[in-house]
Structure formats: C-alpha cells, structure tokens
Design a protein around this ligand. Structure first.
Ligand code: SF4
Length: 155
C-alpha cells in the first residue's frame, strides 16, 4: 500500500484530536473530487513497517492524547489497500485500547467484499458512498454530500 499523507495530530477529520492517514488508490472517480492526486495506487509514499509502528506509537503517546485513528484517502478499502489496512486496524485494536477508528470509503457498506467487511468489522464508524457533486453541502459534518451515510457500529 502507498499513502498520500499522514497527520500525527489532526482535529479536522473526525471527532477530537486524532491521527489521520490518507492512503493512495481510489477507483471511484467522483466528479468534483478534491483529492485526485490520491487516485493512483502507486502515488505518494510506501506504507512501511516503520510508518505502521509510528501510527501505533502516536496513538499511545500520552503527551498529546489522541481519541483515535481516521482512515481516508483515496480509499482505504481499495483492493490494493485492504490487506495493509486490515493489519493496521488489527494492531490498533490489540495495541491501542480505548482508541476509536473512523473510516471513509466510496464503497457502499451493503456492497463490500468479504475482505473489505473484515476491515469494517474492526472499525467504530464508517462513512460510505461516493462524493456526489450535486448533493454537496458544506454544512454537513464528517461527510461531503448528503448521499453519504455515517454508520456508527460501536458508539
Ligand atoms: S471516493 Fe473520495 S477520493 Fe475517491 S474519487 Fe470519490 S471523492 Fe475522490
């Protein structure tokens, strides 16, 4: 997997103070996408073991308390990303007790593959659906267009 950007301290993408990872790779091609540079799976930087370890360490850093991890992109559920994202969320669950995981994806919850569902089984919140330019509403919280749905699984 490649990633586009990583914010170790972020107060914009999800509730509270968080770590946010923007992965590379998205096949949805939404009209009006604000993040086209993330579409190619080989864009950005390699997501290394060191990067994964850094995210776990940041989540457990008591000097700046993080509420959890946000996964966005690109699409964390792109087929090229699923195995790496699964490994990451499994580690967060095992090594970062009390931290929540939010995940944004253009895929619909009802249409996920078994592999994608295995990731979603471990997250607290999924915001699903493509960005629809005609349904864009800047007053929406945590989503860009009104067709998208915030699924709260564990909170
Ligand atoms: S799902 Fe997100 S990153 Fe992918 S094309 Fe749509 S708006 Fe862009």
């Amino acid at each position: 997997m490649n990633y586009h950007n990583y914010y170790p301290v972020d107060v914009v993408n999800g509730p509270g103070t968080r770590c946010t990872l923007f992965v590379s790779g998205c096949e949805h091609q939404c009209r009006g996408c604000y993040n086209k540079s993330t579409w190619r799976p080989d864009a950005g930087h390699a997501f290394t073991q060191e990067m994964e370890d850094q995210i776990i360490a940041d989540l457990n850093d008591s000097r700046i308390k993080r509420r959890g991890l946000s996964l966005s992109g690109g699409d964390p559920l792109h087929p090229a990303n699923v195995s790496s994202v699964l490994q990451l969320v499994q580690r967060v669950r095992e090594e970062c007790p009390g931290k929540d995981i939010w995940l944004w994806s253009g895929y619909l919850l009802a249409e996920l593959t078994i592999e994608q569902k295995a990731v979603i089984d471990l997250v607290d919140v999924m915001i699903d659906g493509k960005f629809e330019k005609e349904l864009h509403d800047p007053s929406l919280v945590w989503k860009g267009s009104s067709n998208q749905v915030i699924h709260y699984f564990k909170c």
